[in-house]
Write a protein that binds this ligand. Structure first.
Ligand SMILES: NC(=O)c1ccc[n+]([C@@H]2O[C@H](COP(=O)([O-])OP(=O)(O)OC[C@H]3O[C@@H](n4cnc5c(N)ncnc54)[C@H](OP(=O)(O)O)[C@@H]3O)[C@@H](O)[C@H]2O)c1
Length: 261
């Protein structure tokens, strides 16, 4: 990748995905600025700029985006309405240097009727209608999110999961970060091809693998739950089998995570 003029601002650059985008951009020697609500950690010596701002209120965004050539928008607060944050970001970008806006969304956001996913689709629309040059990538669920569905049940005597035909296609977040970084330094491309993990997997199998990796000897209970969300997941709403570009497997993720403990 060739260095571009102007900083690349990464919102959510402290988060699971944003950290990987920042890592990759720094490896490729781009000028990176992280936007966070928190002050710069004193001990942090990573060679990137840091801007404090809050997307929920808009405070600090003009300074954070000053001179930006590109903004990679990875920040998200699932418990809130992300459209508010995305609107604030777009408004600041339009007041400023009108950077290329790169957005990360979720495969199946328009097929699985979760409130959070509805907000993701609305954010996609805000980005596309912003008048800024834009690129949007949808990715499948990251390995760590799928593992967390099991690990949050650490206090329970059984592990509950969705039954047989509920499938996901988990992806290695590092690879999504690499892809977003590549898009950030390329030309604005609109909605690009989805990015999915290497294999479609049953949720109950991934729950068993996670429980075993935790050293748990407790039953895994696949549930058949009613409801539109479960039906959409069982119908393959979260899958992108034609875009299985990811290479890292769930097993490799668990092994690496175990080694890091
Ligand atoms: N997790 C998945 O499986 C998955 C799959 C596909 C797509 N995605 C998308 O990828 C994106 C990143 O997800 P993630 O799992 O990496 O998120 P995460 O780890 O929860 O990180 C969230 C980030 O958002 C920032 N943030 C939250 N509220 C903010 C605010 N008001 N102002 C400024 N920054 C704010 C946080 O920064 P500070 O705390 O430093 O302020 C943090 O860096 C999301 O858009 C998500 O929808 C996720």
């Amino acid at each position: 990748m060739e260095p571009s003029s102007g900083a690349i601002v990464v919102t959510g650059g402290t988060g699971t995905l944003g950290r990987e985008v920042v890592r990759r951009l720094l490896e490729d020697e781009y000028e990176v600025r992280v936007l966070s609500r928190r002050p710069h950690p004193r001990a942090d010596r990573t060679p990137r700029e840091w801007a404090v701002g809050d997307l929920a209120t808009g405070v600090g965004l003009d300074a954070a985006l000053e001179g930006a050539a590109t903004v990679v928008h990875c920040a998200s607060a699932p418990a809130k309405d992300d459209t508010v944050a995305t609107r604030h970001l777009v408004e600041a970008a339009l007041r400023g240097s009108r950077p290329h806006l790169v957005y990360i969304s979720i495969v199946g956001a328009d097929r699985v009727p979760l409130g959070y996913y509805r907000h993701k689709v609305a954010c996609e629309r805000i980005v596309a209608d912003s008048g800024l040059p834009w690129t949007t990538l949808r990715a499948t669920q990251f390995h760590d999110l799928i593992a967390r569905l099991t690990t949050v049940q650490r206090a329970a005597p059984v592990v509950c999961t969705l039954g047989g035909d509920a499938r996901v296609q988990p992806v290695e977040v590092r690879e999504v970060g690499d892809r977003l970084a590549e898009l950030a330094v390329g030309e604005p491309a609109g909605r690009v091809a989805d990015f999915g993990g290497p294999r479609v997997r049953e949720l109950r199998e991934l729950a068993r693998l996670t429980a075993r990796a935790q050293g748990w000897h407790r039953p895994v209970l696949p549930l058949r739950l009613p409801g539109k969300v479960v039906r959409a997941v069982r119908d393959g709403g979260l899958l992108a089998p034609d875009h299985a570009q990811g290479r890292g497997t769930f097993e490799e993720f668990l092994t690496r995570r175990g080694a890091m403990r």
